[in-house]
Design a protein around this ligand. Sequence first.
Ligand code: PGA
Length: 252
Amino acid sequence: MNKKYTLVANWKMQLPYNQAKELCSTYQQLNLTHNHTSTIVVCPSFETLSYAAQTLPQKGFSLGAQTCSTHKTGAYTGDVSAQSLAQLGCSYCIIGHSERRMHQGETSHDVATKMLRLLEHGIHPIICIGETEHEHHQGLTVHTLHEQLEPVIQALVHTTTHPTILIAYEPIWSIGSGNVPTRDYLTKIFTWLDQLCTTLMPNVRCKLLYGGSVDEKNSKDIASVDHVHGFLVGGASLDFQKFKNIVSLISE
Ligand code: PGA
């Protein structure tokens, strides 16, 4: 494949600390230092970041967090700042994941603020967007995605610094369900997304990812869809063999 892919492993809160450390060690079996075709980002939960920073980058992995604070610093108990993430070695951070929008009430305005915090510290934001099953059936997908991206577009419309952002399209009905949209559907959505980014954020380098039930069986096909430049992988990233297979498929 001649595209340069970014593969993001989102471990969510699936593993307690000791098991997450073990998975870091298992991932080290993959030596990516000669892999020039793809970027592999591992996003463990906060407590594992410093252990992951000592083990994974030497094998060619990049490190990412799963969220960050909207604030720069201050009396915000439990929050973790973008500055700390940068100091820990993170070069990526997932923001606006549907699970955080749903359970933590994260809004699209919060997402835009977090994005600016991250960019201030040279961290690439991975902005998650996606429609519910109901919105999907009502034909509201494009409307929902546009609405979720609006504050991001407003924040970057006049930028002159040419930042890189990643946008992960993750239909909520596809996450963890085994249901993946059809190729035609993905082509339509990614073509629309690409056009939106080029037109409304001309000075921003946008990389588009797909997320939702990605596994070793469907990744090659989805990777060949126009404008898809990588994946956000949940479940399959916890199974080393499956993850390794996805890495080799997109690195061919
Ligand atoms: P999944 O999760 O691959 O298990 O569907 C993806 C995600 O939530 O980022």
